[in-house]
Design a protein around this ligand. Structure first.
Ligand SMILES: Cc1cc2nc3c(=O)[nH]c(=O)nc-3n(C[C@H](O)[C@H](O)[C@H](O)COP(=O)(O)OP(=O)(O)OC[C@H]3O[C@@H](n4cnc5c(N)ncnc54)[C@H](O)[C@@H]3O)c2cc1C
Length: 404
């Protein structure tokens, strides 16, 4: 059996290895359009490669996929984060789980993952042909004929083909797949941080609060987690998660929207008011900036006082009901305008791609083109940051490689 894999990334290599595991005698060739394999793995996780997530609950993991949750919930039963860890560790790459559940090689070097995949491929006789971008696929009887963008390469036919060509920020890059009859969901970026050029809070660069609750008025978008103030706006896990769940909505708004921050992760206003009243009783004669409620960072507390129009010279006893209500609002429903986005350098991903309606989620086989399979980011599956995106690549590639 001749099998072609289109794309020499994480999903391409992993599906090639899965094919060899299932069909020892298959001839497997990877076609890679550039001169490098596994380029994204190399730069991933800031050069450390966050290879998967340490969580093992399938429903918790599936909830980390804004697109593809249902498919991933089933697929993770076949190959999940535990399998990924076992796979790499049994092949000589020890891994460790960080406190935030992200999993990295003990070497702290993505090169360990790259070399492991390359060594395994070599040992299995898998060939990778570089400068071999695929331009079209045509059905020729039971076989699939691949044509190359390079004129000097003649078309070649295969019994089975797995497309693992990765995310594409532009629909144009997906036309060759659409032409075969697959539905393409418009690709837009996911995993980005928020630019807030008109907000004075950017002066608090470096301040982090954990956890906060962030939300977008007029939508059901809401996430919880650490927030980091940067010199351009907001970043940190709560924001990256919000960018993932709202990727399409934010794109429609051209990345101009209002957001709310609940600095206390506390939606019970009575409780907040009660705590502030306790502070009034306890510290009546102290100045507002000198007593920080809820352990808020000093710079943030002073900023929020200023934003509420409460002078730093005021004492707690002088707050009054109006002042207390102002504080409750700024602490639990603080409003900001976002204007633009910045890519998160450690990880970004495409939302959209080949519609999951065009594939059989049990096998990853195309519903419209026999013997054609998909794996990785080319599919309309993407996750939050934390190893979820590589896990989607390993899982879908493992299943596609069964060639069911
Ligand atoms: C900077 C950065 C850091 C990241 N860090 C992490 C992380 O730490 N953890 C995590 O889980 N995720 C991370 N991600 C996301 C993760 O890298 C991707 O989700 C994952 O690489 C997708 O794998 P893939 O094989 O589907 O696609 P890709 O890795 O994009 O591979 C696709 C390959 O196909 C090739 N190709 C494309 N079109 C063709 C064609 N027509 N013919 C032949 N070849 C073709 C491309 O050149 C590429 O080599 C990161 C992403 C980025 C950009």
């Amino acid at each position: 059996m001749d099998v072609a894999i289109i794309g020499g990334g994480a999903a391409g290599y992993f599906s090639a290895l899965s094919v060899k595991e299932n069909f020892r005698d298959a001839n497997v060739v990877i076609f890679e359009k550039t001169r490098f394999s596994l380029a994204k793995v190399k730069i991933s996780g800031g050069g450390r490669c966050n290879v998967t997530n340490g969580n093992t609950s399938i429903s918790t993991l599936a909830a980390g996929y804004p697109r593809g949750k249902t498919l991933m919930k089933r697929a993770l039963r076949t190959f999940n984060t535990k399998h990924t860890m076992e796979w790499f560790e049994s092949r000589g790459v020890p891994l460790f789980i960080q406190d935030d559940m992200r999993v990295f090689p003990v070497s702290q070097d993505s090169g360990s993952i790259v070399n492991c995949l390359l060594d395994q491929a070599e040992a299995q006789g898998i060939i990778c042909e570089f400068w071999s971008g695929i331009e079209t696929i045509a059905q020729k009887g039971k076989q699939l004929e691949l044509s190359f963008s390079r004129q000097d390469l003649p078309p070649r036919s295969f019994d089975k083909v797995i497309i693992a060509s990765g995310g594409s920020p532009r629909s144009e890059g997906l036309e060759w797949i659409e032409k075969l009859g697959h539905e393409i969901v418009k690709p837009v970026p996911s995993l980005f941080t928020f630019n807030m050029p008109d907000e004075a809070i950017v002066e608090l660069t470096g301040v982090a609060v954990d956890p906060v609750l962030v939300s977008i008025p007029g939508t059901s978008l809401k996430t919880r987690g650490p927030l980091l103030i940067t010199h351009w706006g907001f970043s940190g896990p709560a924001i990256l998660k919000l960018s993932a769940f709202g990727a399409r909505i934010f794109n429609e708004k051209d990345y101009n929207f209002d957001m709310r921050v609940n600095w206390l992760d506390q939606t019970n206003h009575e409780l907040v008011l009660g705590h502030l009243n306790d502070l009034v009783a306890e510290h009546a004669r102290k100045l507002l900036p000198n007593i920080r409620p809820f352990g808020l960072p000093d710079r943030l507390w002073r900023y929020l006082l200023q934003k509420s129009g409460l002078p730093q010279t005021k004492k707690w006893s002088e707050l009054g009901n109006k002042g207390l209500n102002k504080l409750v609002t700024v602490l639990t429903n603080d409003s900001y305008s976002v204007s633009g986005k910045t890519g998160f350098k450690d990880e970004f991903v495409t939302c959209g791609g080949v519609s999951l309606d065009s594939i059989d989620g049990k096998s990853m086989q195309s519903k419209v083109c026999e013997n054609l399979y998909f794996a990785g980011e080319i599919l309309d599956i993407d996750g939050i940051t934390g190893g979820y995106n590589f896990q989607a690549a390993w899982t879908t590639a493992f299943i596609a490689g069964k060639l069911n």
